[in-house]
Design a protein around this ligand. Structure first.
Ligand code: S3P
Length: 178
């Protein structure tokens, strides 16, 4: 276990980070901090709106600032946005700030989850806008595979419930139970 004792969840959009984070938080009593929610709070607007008004680079700057702050804390469950662990500065901060779990899933699973999440039945995220969201998911996953593979632990979530994923994270983080 890393010294700071944070549980850090990373992985592609819709890999289940927030859901698994909530379950872990309920189970352990550790507070859950969602980096994207902190970004929205600080910017005073939604992620979509930050991308539309200020562009991705501005979003990434804010993300770096917030990840660095959160990783200096201890005893939390930190859930990062799908691109957070891809940036080298964030990755270093996260790997030092706790035990990093990357939740992984096949592109088709991600696509189905994103569609199911969205009220309009489309896989809506600013980075997936365009005519072929599944193709874009495949492309981004390929670009990010190397970075995601640097997590301390990778968990394949295909076919697992969020409860089962949370169980695996906890069993790895705290093998003596509790
Ligand atoms: C992004 C993932 C999103 C959000 C932003 C960028 C990414 O978070 O941070 O749209 O680069 O993959 P989720 O992974 O929570 O969807």
């Amino acid at each position: 276990m890393a010294e700071a004792g944070n549980i850090i969840l990373v992985g592609f959009m819709a890999s289940g980070k927030s859901h698994v984070g909530r379950i872990l938080s309920q189970r352990t009593g550790m507070p859950l901090v969602d980096a994207d929610s902190v970004i929205v709070e600080r910017a005073g607007k939604s992620i979509d709106q930050i991308f539309a008004d200020d562009g991705e680079a501005a979003f990434r700057r804010l993300e770096r600032e917030i990840i660095s702050e959160l990783c200096r804390g201890a005893g939390q469950i930190i859930s990062g946005g799908g691109g957070a662990f891809v940036e080298a500065d964030n990755r270093d901060a996260m790997l030092k700030g706790g035990t990093v779990f990357c939740l992984q899933a096949r592109p088709e699973t991600i696509y189905q989850r994103l569609k199911a999440d969205d009220k309009s039945g489309q896989a809506v995220r600013p980075l997936l806008a365009g005519p072929d969201p599944l193709g874009r998911i495949r492309e981004l996953l390929e670009q990010r595979a190397e970075a995601y593979g640097r997590a301390h632990h990778c968990i394949d979530t295909d076919g697992l419930t969020p409860e089962e994923v949370a169980e695996r994270v906890w069993a790895t983080f705290c093998p003596e139970g509790g």
